[in-house]
Design a protein around this ligand. Structure first.
Ligand SMILES: Nc1ncnc2c1ncn2[C@@H]1O[C@H](COP(=O)(O)OP(=O)(O)OP(=O)(O)O)[C@@H](O)[C@H]1O
Ligand SMILES: [Mg+2]
Length: 450
C-alpha cells in the first residue's frame, strides 16, 4: 500500500469531499483532503503528491488561481479540475493555465477514475522519459534496456560470457541479436570480434571465407588465404543467420567445433584454432531441424548455451529509453545538437505499437520523424502511418470506453460506420466485417435500419 498513488483533494462541499475521498480510497489511492486552496498549497509544501483534484468555486482562493500557482511552483504534479459549469472556453482556459483535465459535475465515478488513470499514466511516461534522458547521455553505444526481460537477458549474458561453450542467440528480426553477440564478446574480455553472415554468400565462397584456402585451391585462388576461424583465433566469431548455413557446410562446421581444428580448402593438414562461437538466427532452428534443413547434431552443438532476445512488444517499458538513445544516435550522425525532443503524445504512441520489426523498425520510425519534424519537437503527425494507424484504433476504443458504451452499442456504431463507408453496399460491408450477409441483415433489422 505504501507505493499507492497519493491524491490531494481540494473541495469545500463537505458531502462531496467525503464521497469522492471514499471512492478514491476504495480505488486504491491514498487520499488527503482539504477544503481550501490555500490549505492545499500548504500541504503541497509539506508532502509529496502524485495528483491534485480541485473544485473551482471555493471561498478564498479559487481553483483557477490554484491551478496557476501549481503550474508555477509544482509543475510536475498534474491537476484535474472539478467544475459545475461545463463551459468549453472555461475548460480551455484552465488547460492553458496548466490543468491536465477537467470533469463537469455531476460526474460518474467511472469517468473520474478514467481521468485519474489517464493523467497518472501520462505523468509516469513523462517521468520515465526524463529519467531516460539523463541516463542515456552516459553510454551511447551500449545495449539499452531496463525492463524485467532485458534485465534477465543481461544477467544471462554476464554468466554465459564466462564460458567458452558456443552460444546460440535467437530472436525476431531487428530485436538486437548482433548487439547481444557483441556484449557476450565484450564481457568475455577476448579479442577480436568477427561477424560473418552465413546467408549472404554462396556455399563455396562461404567455405573459403570461414576456413580459408590454399594457393590454387580453385580458379582465382592465386594465393593462400586464412579464413575467419584463423583470423578470430583467441577471440569470437559470430555466425550470423546460422539458419541459412548451407547443408553441405554444416558437417564441416560441426567438425571444426568438435575438434578445435580447421582445414583450409585444398589443404590436408589441420590447423588448431581457439575461437568462441556465437551463432544468431531469427529462424526457428528446431523447426528447421524437423524439416531436415538443419542438422540435428550441429543444432545441439550450437545450442549448449542459449540466449533469447525478447521482441520489443514484450518490453514496451523500454521504449522511452530506446527513443532517447535512438534520437541521440541519429542526432550525432546527422550533426544536430541538441538532439530532437518528443511530444508526450507521440511518445505514448511509440510506446503502444506492436513493432513487428522491433528496435530496428523503431529507429527507422524515429529517423523519419526527425526529418519530418525539421528541428521542432517530434509530434504524432511526424510518425510513419503504420505507427499511427495502430494507435487510432486504441484511441477509438478507449474513447468508447470513456463514453461507457456497451459492447452491443459499440458493435452497432461500428456496423453502421462500416456501412456508411461502403456507401450502403451490404455485401461489401459483410465482407469487411467478416460476417455472413444473413447475419448483417439480421443486425440491421434489429437496429431498425433495414
Ligand atoms: N537494446 C538495444 N539498445 C540499443 N540499440 C538497440 C537495441 N536493440 C537493437 N538495437 C539497435 O537496433 C538495430 C538492430 O539491432 P541488431 O542488428 O542487433 O538486430 P538483429 O536482431 O541482429 O536483427 P536481424 O535479425 O535483422 O539481423 C541496430 O541498429 C541496433 O544498434
Ligand atoms: Mg543481425
Amino acid at each position: 500500500m505504501s507505493d499507492a498513488d497519493r491524491i490531494l483533494l481540494v473541495e469545500d462541499d463537505e458531502g462531496l469531499r467525503r464521497a469522492v475521498a471514499e471512492v478514491l480510497g476504495a480505488g486504491g489511492f491514498q487520499v488527503s483532503n482539504v477544503s481550501r486552496a490555500d490549505d492545499a498549497l500548504e500541504r503541497l509544501q509539506e508532502e509529496t503528491f502524485d495528483l491534485v483534484l480541485t473544485d473551482l468555486v471555493m471561498p478564498g482562493m479559487r481553483g483557477e488561481a490554484l491551478v496557476e500557482e501549481m503550474a508555477r511552483a509544482f509543475p510536475e504534479i498534474p491537476v484535474i479540475v472539478l467544475t459545475a459549469f461545463g463551459s468549453v472556453e472555461g475548460a480551455m482556459a484552465l488547460t492553458r493555465a496548466g490543468a491536465a483535465d477537467y470533469l463537469t459535475k455531476p460526474f460518474r465515478t467511472s469517468a473520474l477514475m478514467n481521468a485519474i488513470q489517464r493523467v497518472l499514466e501520462g505523468r509516469r511516461s513523462r517521468q520515465a522519459y526524463l529519467r531516460a534522458r539523463e541516463r542515456v547521455a552516459a553510454h551511447l553505444e551500449g545495449i539499452m534496456g531496463e525492463s524485467p526481460p532485458m534485465r534477465r537477458l543481461f544477467d544471462r549474458i554476464g554468466r554465459v560470457a564466462q564460458s567458452m561453450a558456443p552460444v546460440l542467440i535467437s530472436g525476431e528480426t531487428g530485436s538486437g541479436k548482433e548487439l547481444v553477440a557483441r556484449s557476450v564478446h565484450q564481457a568475455s574480455g577476448r579479442d577480436p570480434f568477427l561477424p560473418v553472415n552465413c546467408g549472404a554468400l554462396p556455399e563455396t565462397l562461404l567455405e573459403s571465407e570461414l576456413f580459408g584456402h590454399a594457393r590454387g585451391a580453385f580458379t582465382g585462388a592465386d594465393r593462400a588465404k586464412p579464413g575467419l576461424f584463423e583470423a578470430a583465433d583467441g577471440g569470437t566469431l559470430l555466425l550470423d543467420e546460422i539458419g541459412d548455413l548451407p547443408l553441405a557446410l554444416q558437417p564441416k562446421l560441426l567438425r571444426a567445433l568438435e575438434s578445435g581444428e580447421i582445414r583450409r580448402v585444398g589443404e590436408v593438414e589441420a590447423r588448431p584454432v581457439e575461437v568462441r562461437i556465437v551463432a544468431a538466427t531469427h529462424q526457428d532452428l528446431e523447426a528447421a531441424v524437423q524439416a531436415g534443413q538443419f542438422r540435428e547434431d550441429l543444432y545441439w552443438r550450437l545450442h549448449v548455451l542459449h540466449l533469447d532476445v525478447p521482441p520489443l512488444r514484450e518490453r514496451l517499458d523500454d521504449i522511452p529509453l530506446l527513443v532517447e538513445h535512438g534520437l541521440n544516435r541519429i542526432a550525432r550522425r546527422i550533426g544536430v545538437d541538441p538532439p530532437p525532443t518528443v511530444h508526450p503524445q507521440a511518445l505514448e504512441l511509440l510506446g503502444s505499437c506492436p513493432w513487428p520489426g522491433n528496435v530496428r523498425q523503431l529507429f527507422g520510425a524515429l529517423e523519419r520523424a526527425v526529418v519530418f519534424a525539421a528541428g521542432r519537437e517530434i509530434r504524432v503527425e511526424d510518425l510513419p502511418p503504420s505507427v499511427r494507424r495502430g494507435s487510432d484504433r486504441v484511441e477509438r476504443i478507449s474513447r468508447a470506453a470513456d463514453q461507457e458504451l456497451s459492447l452491443a452499442d459499440l458493435e452497432r456504431e461500428y456496423v453502421l460506420e462500416v456501412l456508411r463507408r461502403v456507401e450502403g453496399n451490404k455485401s461489401r460491408a459483410a465482407e469487411w466485417l467478416g460476417i455472413p450477409r444473413r447475419t448483417l441483415y439480421r443486425r440491421l433489422a434489429e437496429y431498425g435500419k433495414d
